[in-house]
Ligand binder design. Structure first.
Ligand code: IMP
Length: 191
């Protein structure tokens, strides 16, 4: 089986990507590769951050790897929190505080439309390629569900009446931005 290093420290993302790829590909997390660094996300776009993360890990391992950066973009707040989604409420990267801030900022606004966007950057034999996946939906006013991570308890994808946090991983994968981006990656990798 072919292997790829996934340049992330987020175990939720590793679980999701493994559930999408199944037995097709062996995904090695940074921890499993013995790499213990907090990869910077210094740029103003998801694409630049994803590519920076992939380049950092590629330069350490000299191996094939991929990274992803994801943001939640709301219509009413002109795309906020976007590329700043992880640190929306400050450097602590608290999922709870990030949701609190989002709900406060949207409080009196009628337009609750939002989308998750995932950008994947893969470096294969030294060549860099980028893929994108989008999931449109709405932000509800109160949290629902206990599964998933991040903004999942307040996001309902189009075509469902459940939040991502009320879904199993298999259900989330029917709609998910990450699934769409990973599918493009698997087509590219011909697996
Ligand atoms: P990053 O891609 O690790 O920078 O994550 C950006 C932020 O978006 C983090 O705070 C995550 O909690 C959030 N996020 C990323 N993917 C998802 C998802 O699939 N559901 C909910 N929140 C997510």
């Amino acid at each position: 089986m072919k292997t790829l290093i996934f340049a992330t420290n987020n175990s939720n993302k590793v679980t999701e990507v493994r559930s999408i790829l199944g037995e097709k590909f062996k995904i090695i997390s940074l921890a499993e590769a013995g790499i213990n660094i907090d990869i910077p996300e210094p740029y103003d776009t998801l694409e630049e951050n994803a590519c920076e993360k992939a380049r950092v890990i590629n330069s350490i391992t000299r191996g094939n790897c991929f990274a992803e950066d994801t943001g939640l973009e709301t219509d009413a707040l002109n795309g906020e929190p976007g590329v700043k989604s992880a640190r929306y409420a400050g450097e602590g990267r608290s999922f709870e505080k990030n949701i609190d801030k989002l709900l406060t900022r949207l409080k009196d606004l009628e337009n609750r439309k939002a989308q998750f966007k995932t950008v994947i950057c893969v470096i294969l034999n030294g060549e860099q390629t980028v893929f994108e996946g989008i999931c449109k939906g709405t932000i509800i006013k109160e949290r629902r569900g206990n599964s998933g991570f991040g903004y999942d308890p307040v996001f309902i994808p189009e075509g469902s009446d459940k939040t991502f946090a009320e879904m199993t991983l298999a259900e989330k994968n029917i709609f998910s931005h990450r699934k769409k981006a990973i599918e493009k990656l698997t087509t590219f990798l011909k697996i």
